[in-house]
Design a protein around this ligand. Structure first.
Ligand code: ATP
Length: 253
């Protein structure tokens, strides 16, 4: 059977979406394409529409106009649980770990086997490691974040902010998503923990995981993501690759 990377279908296509809250319109025709195995970042100041776009993709907020396709299939306004089952997992802003579940319970309660083996792309398109990436099970998640193994029996509310973020990422990975979305990946974390999260993103990228990430640290994220979209007032005003972004960073500070 051919995979999407072989057929050239983008993993995610957001086509001119509009959305808002009550009477206030927030998105004004946002379009975005993510190819399989790409790491893409959304950038822009607070309140510009990044989280709102993510909410539309994950089914948490209705799309008023436009379309969202996942693996070529129209998922616009499907219920959030149906979208999650198709293979989109989110690490939400604020982590949202459950105070009364242990670390281990978080990582097994939502676990799902991959719906099909990891996509095999032409060798040149992927790092060598990626083709053999094993499914995310408890052992692999503990290998990625040894600290979660140490805290295995701690409750969600006994964890530091950094541990909660690791847990939120681990929980999302336990569903073996085709697309992993991180909203505010390193917000409010200590510098050493931020580094750990970026290292984790590098590893996921090396394994061929497709990622959409929001992070304020432009310089670091330009080293991880290969494609970037900058939001302003509910629109994408610029998009390009990391080299183009670095050339333009002084505009964005
Ligand atoms: N639940 C809500 N109800 C009403 N307005 C909202 C809601 N959530 C966000 N907004 C408004 O929508 C606009 C876009 O917010 P959004 O959260 O998408 O921005 P953002 O680019 O992700 O920035 P941030 O880093 O602040 O989350 C802002 O004006 C915000 O105040």
């Amino acid at each position: 059977m051919s995979t999407h990377s072989e057929t050239g279908t983008p993993l995610l296509e957001v086509r001119g979406i509009e959305a808002g809250y009550g009477a206030s319109q927030v998105l004004f025709g946002v379009s975005l394409t993510i190819e399989p195995h790409q790491v893409v970042s959304l950038m822009g100041r607070n309140g510009m529409g990044k989280s709102t776009t993510i909410k539309c993709i994950t089914g948490a907020l209705p799309v008023r106009k436009g379309q969202i396709l996942f693996e070529g299939r129209d998922i616009t306004n499907l219920p959030a649980d149906a979208i999650a089952r198709l293979g989109i997992a989110i690490v939400p802003e604020g982590r949202q770990c459950f105070p009364n579940l242990t670390v281990r319970e978080h990582l097994v309660a939502f676990a799902r086997h991959p719906s099909r083996p990891p996509a095999k792309s032409p060798a040149a398109a992927l790092p060598a490691q990626a083709a053999q990436a094993a499914p995310w099970d408890l052992a692999r998640i503990y290998e990625l974040f040894p600290r979660l193994k140490e805290r295995e029996h701690h409750m969600g509310n006994q964890l530091s902010g950094g541990e909660q973020q690791m847990l939120a990422i681990g929980r999302a990975l336990s569903t073996n998503p085709k697309l992993l979305i991180l909203d505010e990946a390193t917000e409010g974390l200590a510098p050493v923990i931020r580094e750990e999260i970026w290292k984790c993103l590098q590893q996921l990228k090396a394994e061929g995981q497709t990622v959409l990430v929001v992070d304020k640290y432009l310089f670091q994220i330009s080293k991880i993501a290969e494609k970037h979209a900058i939001f302003e007032k509910g629109k994408i005003i610029w998009n390009g690759c990391s080299i183009q972004l670095e050339d333009n960073l002084w505009h964005l500070q």
